[in-house]
Design a protein around this ligand. Sequence first.
Ligand SMILES: Nc1ncnc2c1ncn2[C@@H]1O[C@H](COP(=O)(O)OP(=O)(O)OP(=O)(O)O)[C@@H](O)[C@H]1O
Ligand SMILES: [Mg+2]
Length: 627
Amino acid sequence: MGRINVLDKQVAELIAAGEVVERPASAAKELVENCIDAGASSVAVEIRNGGVTFLRVEDNGCGIAREDVPRAFLRHATSKVAGREDLNGISTLGFRGEALASIAAVARVEMLTRTENELAGTRYGVEGGEEKFCEDAGCAAGTTVTVRDLFYNTPARMKFLKKDVTEGNAVAAVLDKEALAHPEVAFRFLRDGRETLRTPGDGRLKSAVYAVFGRQFTAGLIPVEYELNGVKVSGFVSRPAAARPNRSMQNFFINGRYVKSRTAMVALEQAFRGCLMTGKVPACVLHLAVPLAAVDVNVHPAKIEVRFLNERPVFDAVYHGVKTALNRDDAPRVMKLADSAAPAFPRGHSSAPAPFRMPAHEVPVRLYDAGTAPAPQAGEKGAMPVLSFSRPGTLVPPDIERDEPDAPEAEAPARPSAPRDAAPAQGAQASPAPAAGTEPEEKFVGEAFGTYIIVQRGDSLVFYDKHAVHERLLYEKLKKQGGASFSQMLLEPVTVTLSKEEYSAVLESRDACAQAGFELEDFGGGAVLVRSAPMALAGDDVAGAVEEIAGYLAENRSDLTTRKLDWLYHNIACRAAVKAGDPASPQELMDLVRRAERQDVRYCPHGRPVSFVLMRGELERRFGRSR
Ligand SMILES: Nc1ncnc2c1ncn2[C@@H]1O[C@H](COP(=O)(O)OP(=O)(O)OP(=O)(O)O)[C@@H](O)[C@H]1O
Ligand SMILES: [Mg+2]
């Protein structure tokens, strides 16, 4: 006798259902997506016990006509696809015609529905795939589906469910994503009688983001609006200072569908390269509108993966869209005196600058009036050769500091702003506008607390953190030219003793160290010999730098070389940059400012802002002078 059985319908249904309905959250997702496909402007979801015993989804969409109701619960029954050609351009969230059938196979389901044209609605009951009743019912136009006792007939599946709280959280996460995917729909979510989400449905993504993630997250966002090669990107990315330790806050939506997209993720993170502290990633809520024919959503029953006909346009649009948004972002630089938290930076960060406060009576500001400030004489206290920022025992290579206008990054999109002046920096006292009417008048005002450079530019005062600016400029140079080109043979090699872990990690990564400018040799017994080092470091700094590098390498052994190099460049730039309190002349400071402006430097390599703007109008308002 043959051993192959044709499974009976019920068993086959249960197996198929397992692919679509894994847990209450997957049932909720399918039901909510049906509401959106039905054109609902309002969707309410209620769960009890994590959605296991009770899940209800109610909409004000188009409803289902009486004759279609039983059919909607059949497998492969759908109103969204009619023929093969429809699969080439799916514009609805559903298309497989199996969600209702799957849910009904593993639960007790009741549907209440009415179309606008029907006088009476329909109440339809189905349990474990078996129809129980189909009768008239009075109800509003729209559809309500109630799912009770999920997996009551599949104990194996039931066993895999987690605690109610966990299942409930998963449903809540689904609601968050759907609300972000459809700001035009008003969502309401009730969990064991308590409302935990309500979105206005006003069509504005920012309203939905605010409702889902709250005020603080929303305040740290930069808008993105971009179109390239038929791909539209819109939404928000986090400011570099509000970056996160993991990707859980990266939300991508393609044609109104929440998806996991590696292409979009990589593009996002590459656009942020150089703006973030190591180990931090950006957060985002980004909508991509891609031509329907260019994306295949029919990859997996849960419909969370998509395939692009061509990844490149998607990558490019996200990358340039985000980069443009980051470049255009002036918000963290413009501060209101009333808003002492600006520029936004998480509190508690060890190197975060103290929030700006309105100066009290006496502020240690060194004032230099353009035109009247005496040119510092050589040898005078505080006067130093331009561009040296020398510290005792530190050798600064002329190359790394050379003030040459950098060619614009080939990959960067054109900036919409006025063209920048690329003429070499002039002296600090030079106040006239350097370019033909494109740049506002600029004047060095002073340096406060040995740390902040103050420049008057047109109608604004701009404050710069001199360490942060310098660090960023050095970092860019190192990245561009490679640390090896700034390396210098040490007159006397330095021996550095390390822990065994660090020692082997350093020897493993000797190439990356060489690229960063450190030539290291195995000295045996846990010690390394440093033969050459980046010129910006000298004396004691070399041993200290190698010890720190070794610690990092031991902890991050699995990191890719590029990541390690990035960290090394950060580290070198930070060590070599002028420190708060280091003396510098007005010329040096203005030169730094001009280079920062020319290279459009906005953030230090750790993601902290390097400058902010205080508008004259804001000062006038403070002094009651505003007209
Ligand atoms: N809330 C609703 N409002 C109006 N019609 C609905 C609703 N839910 C389901 N339907 C109808 O029932 C049909 C079957 O729904 P079901 O979710 O099973 O399949 P689908 O949405 O077409 O595809 P998928 O399996 O990919 O979700 C839908 O095509 C739609 O016509
Ligand atoms: Mg569906």
